[in-house]
Design a protein around this ligand. Sequence first.
Ligand code: A2P
Length: 330
Amino acid sequence: MRIAVVGATGMVGNVMLKVLREQNFPVTELIPVASERSVGQKIDFAGMSYSIVGLQTAVDMKPDLAIFSAGGETSLQWAPKFAEVGTFVIDNSSAWRMDPTKKLIVPEINGDLLTVDDKIIANPNCSTIQMMLALAPLHKAYTVKRVVVSTYQSITGTGMKAVQQMENERAGIDGEMAYAYPIDKNCIPHCDSFLDNGYTKEEMKLTQETKKILDPSIRVTATAVRVPVVGGHSEALNVEFEKDFELQEVRKLLHDSPGVTLKDDPTTNTYPMAKYAEGKDDVFVGRIRRDESQENTLNMWVVADNLRKGAATNAVQIAHLLIQKGFLKM
Ligand code: A2P
């Protein structure tokens, strides 16, 4: 299969190449795509060396699949051009997520919605994906009414420039800033840009994407915070249900849920942490406890590698689904 990875030199693109390899995705030819400044550079993949090409060259090559992680503007402009030549596009940006004609897919939850006509498929926001994995089995059992979520998000979600900013700060170098403020030894309550309602785009993604993926009746309010962490996003969730629950049953439902690993034992200080989620494909859930201030409500702590299940792993799982369904031919 001929696969274009758009944004191959970026943070997500790098992990995408790794995950394609690990999952033995049937790549016969890789078409690495990046901005004009990278064209001609080489990328190694599966023992071969490939030259980076520009977007128009990649469209002209009519790949079977294009996975985009190069920002919303690039996706808006170029995803339709790939779709027009018959390429399936899996897009990591926010460009198409809320478009009613595009599906927003987490394979474990709504992968069955995909049809052969879905040429541009949206990958949800990283913070949304991990929250969905933790909520979906509980929604089925007890019906989620409302979620209050606070995020502690890794700087890798912002891209290379942010990682460089933190490294510069730690080395005492005055370099280019990805954020408006220093990130090392700081927490910045500002992920993506501000909207007129006082929320950030990241916060509204959690609200709107949850409705689209899981259930339009679920109410979500979010505070998204950038923390000086690499390795994963953490989220504190307060979830109110229609029905009452037993904590042991909640743990069992999560334990039995594909893509979820339960790490929840206060007696042994067992709980999920970003440092240990790094490099793993699962979503980790722990600190599950009843909210004693309100009925039918619990608190939990949800952690995942934002570059993996939050981006690359989910995208490659969607690609596998396209093969399983017979839409992508090997
Ligand atoms: P390049 O390395 O040539 O700038 P990150 O989010 O980690 O910063 O990565 C962004 C990725 O998107 C990089 O691979 C970058 O390529 C790519 N990219 C950015 N702008 C464009 C564009 N206009 N066309 C194609 N690729 C782009």
